[in-house]
Design a protein around this ligand. Structure first.
Ligand code: ZN
Length: 117
């Protein structure tokens, strides 16, 4: 598991001092926003950008064996299952705000780390 918390802190710090506008941060892909609405895993974490909504978690899965499903957005459960089933697959967990569309990479999983059960 790779922790991107520090990178996120740096990004938010940059946003606060105006180096990056909120519009640049809030660039969620339409498919990501659709998935956030229907299969997003709720968290109790307030959005660090707008503060109006709780963040939800989603999984992007990339893998040579996935063909048409390569790079698509899934629920966390499905993404983890796909990553566990395919040793070449990488699962990126992203957090998304459904109000302002802010999104950020949170963790990366591979089969090596997630195939424990
Ligand atoms: Zn927000």
């Amino acid at each position: 598991m790779i922790d991107y918390t520090l990178a996120k802190r740096a990004l938010l710090r940059d946003a606060q001092v105006g180096l990056q506008s909120v519009n640049e941060l809030c660039d969620a892909h339409p498919e990501l926003m659709r998935a956030a609405k229907y299969v997003g895993e709720p968290t109790r974490v307030d959005c660090p950008v707008c503060g109006k909504d709780k963040l939800v978690l989603l999984a992007y899965v990339y893998g040579d064996g996935l063909r048409a499903d390569n790079g698509r957005v899934w629920s966390i459960d499905t993404g983890m299952r796909m990553a566990a089933a395919d040793p070449s697959a990488l699962c990126y967990v992203v957090e998304v705000c459904r109000s302002c569309q802010w999104n950020h990479l949170r963790e990366t999983f591979t089969a090596r780390h997630s195939a424990t059960g």
